[in-house]
Ligand binder design. Sequence first.
Ligand code: 9MR
Length: 372
Amino acid sequence: MSIRLRAGLITSAVIGAGAVILSQGAAFAAPPTPPSHHTPAPADSLRALASQSGLRIGAAVNTDLLATNSEYRAIAASQFSSVTPENVMKWEVVEPTQGTYDWSAADDLVSFAQQNGQLVRGHTLVWHSQLPAWLNAAAPSMSSDQVRALLKKHVVDEVTHFKGKIWQWDVVNEAFNDDGTLRDTIWLQKLGPGYIADAFRWAHEADPRALLFYNDYNIEFTGPKSNAVYQLVKDLTAQGVPIDGVGFQTHLDSQYPLPDLQNNLQRFAALGLKVAETEVDVRTTLPVTPVEQNAQIGGFTSTLQACLAVRACLSYTVWGIGDAYSWVPDVFPGEGAATIYDENLQPKPEYTALQQTLALAAGTPGRNDPRR
Ligand code: 9MR
């Protein structure tokens, strides 16, 4: 029996079973309250099903497509209860010229989210990539004090601009190498490892109610990188640094074994932190074979199951809507098909697998407790 068929049966059963609560929030610290005048999402949408487990289901949104493609916009609004700007909150976009901010694209996405009863994951404040050209040119010859002042201003100004409108901020992104050493970035070179704690302190001062996350990839697997991030956030927590959570990006490839993600989520949660899956996709070599697609379906299913199983897991976010718009083919030539919608924005079996997994969780007694 195919997953598609089973999903259809289970979804119908759930819809038949009764009301779907559309905007049940997770029990996180004081979320922004979105206006509630949005069109109710279909009862078998990912967001409606996820709400029954108190889980926010999100997508990284391409704001150019949101403005120009009505089909894309409809999916973004109806299927997801959280959005992440794929690019438009990054430093190169918000401050293209030093001292001149352009918040327009990000503001539009925040308005879209509010209109649709969605929460926003802010992405990302401190990263080594997608920095403005002026910064890349100037920073290497600046003093540590100058770089520190520049980074602080960026964090404080951006968090202040969006104050009260961001649910989770990815404060620091991808600070580690796969071997567990700190990545050799301009921030590490100029400021030393303390830049990480400082960034969290600055962000917290600017918006004390936002949940502040450290975000990285390949920490889904237990190993040197995951262990290093674990030690970092344990130390930060012990020092009273205002960190609330860890984002597991979860960029998977069907040719590799699945990560032991649930164990990792659990051990981070045991530190008293929230966790989230922040950038889920499962790429494969093209053209996709049935065997590979089964592996992709397994990747989406098991990563969602892991989040559902850990009550501190607040949200599950897929990275991109539609294989035609995914970052994967640009970075991994010959690979793709990494999202849950195909090239024509039609839902793939990967979408149905998420739907089925959410429906099963919603039908499990005790599973609809609020996340915390
Ligand atoms: O999806 C993003 C793509 O459009 C950008 O070109 C790219 C630039 O580095 O960043 C992509 O998003 C990344 C995210 O911000 C951080 N984690 C890895 C994501 C995929 O590269």
